[in-house]
Every structure is written in C-alpha cells, then in structure tokens.
Design a binder for this molecule. Structure first.
Ligand code: MG
Length: 163
C-alpha cells in the first residue's frame, strides 16, 4: 500500500457584503471572504493539500485567478474537480486534518456541519475529516479580523494493490 501526504495553506481578506463560506457551508457573519471564486479558504487549503499529495499542479494552475470562466466559481465545484483528479491518479483520501485560523466567527457551532460537508465532497466518512478552530490571539491581520487563514494536511493511499 502506497501512502502520500500533502500540505495546503490559504488566506483570504474579509470584506463587508460578501457571503462567508467555509468548508462548503454558508455561515452567517457580518463579513465574507473576498476573492475571484467564492473564496472558501478552508476548501482551498484542502484542495492544495490533495493536489500536492497526488503530485499534481497546485490550485492556481487548475483554476487561474483572473480567468473570466471561473469568476465566482463555487469552491465545492473546485473540490469536486480536485478529488476527481486525485482518483484518476489512483489514490483515495485516508484522512484530512485542518486548522481554521479566525478571530470570528467561532467555529464550534459549525464544526460538525463543516466536517459533514467536506466528507461528502471527498467521498469519505466524516470520521476521516477533522477541522480545528484557532484564534490568532489578536495578532496580525487574522487577529485583527481582517482575514481568515486555513491549513490542511491530507493523507492519500493508492487504490491499486500492486503499488
Ligand atoms: Mg484561495
């Protein structure tokens, strides 16, 4: 059995008047994340971890920022495409661990919804997905409530029994 790990990181600015989507879930909040897509920072970190683990080019190569065809694209669509690429390479997801760094909103009330959403997108049991929430202790842009950042680690295993 062949295993491969991947790491992903992303950060997006918070902006008034944008919806907030994290892990594919719409979360009620005064501000949302700004970006070319729906700016789901957690899914973007997970996508980069998936692609990296599979030895594929990063999210920016799959979905170039500024491409008018992908303006406003749902990160759920991006994740679905990334997982298809991973499966095509002969891998499946063993587990995902992730950290969402935000001053607000607090993650706890939404954690299970996020885990369920991500698990469905990656076609794995919810027990294979973990999301941890951290504040940035008031430090830097994230701590000042200007941005939300996310880190993700993914483990893939080969679906072929011979490699
Ligand atoms: Mg991003």
């Amino acid at each position: 059995m062949m295993y491969r790990s991947g790491i992903g990181y992303d950060i997006h600015r918070l902006k008034k008047g944008r919806p907030l989507r994290l892990g594919g879930v719409k979360i009620p909040h005064a501000m949302g994340l700004d970006g070319h897509s729906d700016a789901d920072v957690l899914l973007h970190a997970i996508i980069d971890a998936l692609l990296g683990a599979a030895g594929l080019p990063d999210i920016g190569r799959h979905f170039p920022p500024g491409d008018p065809k992908t303006k406003g694209i749902s990160s759920r669509t991006m994740t679905a495409k990334a997982i298809r690429e991973v499966h095509k390479q002969g891998y499946r997801v063993v587990n995902v661990d992730s950290v969402l760094v935000a001053e607000a909103p607090k993650l706890a009330p939404y954690r299970e919804a996020l885990r369920t959403s991500i698990a469905r997108l990656l076609k794995v049991p919810v027990t294979s997905i973990q999301v941890k929430g951290k504040s940035n202790e008031g430090l830097d842009a994230v701590g000042q409530g200007k941005a939300i950042a996310a880190h993700a680690v993914v483990l893939l295993c080969s679906t072929s029994t011979t490699t």
